[in-house]
Design a protein around this ligand. Structure first.
Ligand code: GLA
Length: 411
């Protein structure tokens, strides 16, 4: 019976037969979602105690107060079999209290719970996928009180991506609980071109790994570094906006990069208006890492209400300058040094006069407007770095960024 429904669903998806339009839940992820996910640090080694401890740490360390809201189970929470009626179950050994109890625990702390499934027969970790059970799975998540679904793309031979994601989007809608729908199709079928009404975010690339600029070749697939993923997202800014974000994958901040690299990684994800999903062990987070992920002025660049993804204005190989329009005429101005030596640079502001024709239509105007310069990685008085009246000399350390918020003096 179960097998037959999988076969029917697979044939429908191969033929592209499914409700061809989706109407996802609106009003979710008006700014990029923020939270934590188990995969980057723990992979399949997860259980309910870990997740409860993570929820406690989110609150105790001020991470929740900074805006990180979702706690997301990734792969491997599943039991090996569905129940007699075909409903998905959690692993009874790792999650003996059940997902509903875990959701209650997370909700009591003012947070939300996310879960993970896959559009194919099996997840990437070999657990049961949702193919043929989409509506049942959506219903189960809604009953459990789940708030977020990451939906992966393993074991999907001959399945049409748009059809599969539309099907699950409609299933979530039918289940009735507002659930953020996070597509994880790795960018293969260019979801940015068609998923705006289907999902709240879509992965744009294969998996990240904890490296600043090296590829990890697994043979049949590659894991990408922070800089590779940045490059793959640079040209996708036209597709992102409130409620529908490019997702360059979860953060590796706190997982072993240098402090400069962590700062650059976090900053560039903010410049990309990316979902900020932590992937480290926040129970044992260092003060240095906390200072990065809790920098509210940097988070505000990511969470800016306009929701406009940043633009790579200058690309000189190892040296880049990115601009991001912000609410109220402000701009984020970010210098990135990809090299292993510090770079000295003189900012001749008028060179950065620019109109964002394709997305916001906003312009910088360094010829007629003077801006206050705030260095967002410095604190207090040290953060005030004068105005754009004169050119500015800056040193960008190796594998690091300098990030300014520019505010027009006469608005
Ligand atoms: C894929 C996804 C990852 C993670 C794993 C889990 O590789 O892209 O983010 O969810 O599956 O198996």
């Amino acid at each position: 019976m179960i097998k037959r429904s999988i076969v029917i669903a697979a044939v429908c998806l191969m033929l592209g037969i499914s409700n061809s339009t989706a109407q996802k839940f609106e009003g979710i992820a008006q700014t990029p979602q923020m939270g934590w996910n188990s995969w980057n640090k723990f992979a399949c080694d997860i259980n309910e105690e870990l997740i409860r401890d993570i929820a406690d740490a989110m609150v105790e360390k001020g991470i929740a107060a900074a805006g990180y809201e979702y706690i997301n189970l990734d792969d491997c929470w599943h039991a090996p079999e569905r129940d007699a009626d075909g409903f998905i179950q959690c692993d009874p050994v790792r999650f003996p209290s059940g997902i509903k109890a875990l959701a209650d625990y997370v909700h009591e702390r003012g947070l939300k719970l996310g879960i993970y499934s896959d559009a194919g027969t099996h997840t990437c970790g070999g657990r049961l996928g949702s193919l043929g059970h989409e509506y049942q799975d959506a219903l189960q998540y809604a009953r459990w009180g789940v708030d977020y679904l990451k939906y992966d793309w393993c074991s999907t031979d001959n399945i049409n991506a748009k059809g599969a994601y539309t099907l699950m989007s409609n299933a979530l809608r039918a289940a009735g609980r507002p659930i953020l729908f996070s597509m994880c199709e790795w960018g293969t079928a260019k979801p940015w071109e068609w998923a705006q009404d289907i999902a709240h975010s879509w992965r744009t690339t294969g998996d990240i790994w904890c490296s600043f600029d090296q590829i990890l070749d697994h043979g049949s697939w590659k894991a990408w570094s922070v800089m590779h993923i940045l490059d793959m997202n640079a040209d996708l800014r036209d597709y992102a906006g409130p409620g529908h974000w490019n997702d360059p994958d979860m953060l590796e901040v706190g997982n072993g990069l240098t402090q400069s690299e962590d700062r650059a990684h976090f900053t560039m994800w903010c410049m990309l208006s990316a979902p900020l999903i932590l992937g480290n062990d926040i129970r044992n987070i260092s003060d240095e890492t906390l200072a990065i992920i809790l920098n509210k002025r940097v988070i505000a660049i990511d969470q800016d209400e306009l929701g406009v993804q940043g633009y790579r204005f200058l690309d000189e190989g190892d040296f880049e300058v990115w601009l991001k329009p912000l609410k109220g005429g402000d701009w984020a101005f970010c210098l990135l040094n990809r090299s292993t030596e510090p770079i000295e640079y003189t900012i001749d502001w008028e060179r950065f006069n620019w109109t964002d024709e394709s997305v916001s239509k906003l312009s910088t105007d360094f010829s007629n407007t003077r801006y206050n310069i705030e260095n967002l990685w410095k604190e207090g008085k040290a953060a005030k770095e004068g105005t754009t009246k004169r050119s500015k000399e800056v040193v960008v350390p190796a594998h690091d960024v300098v990030l300014y918020r520019l505010s027009p003096i006469t608005k």
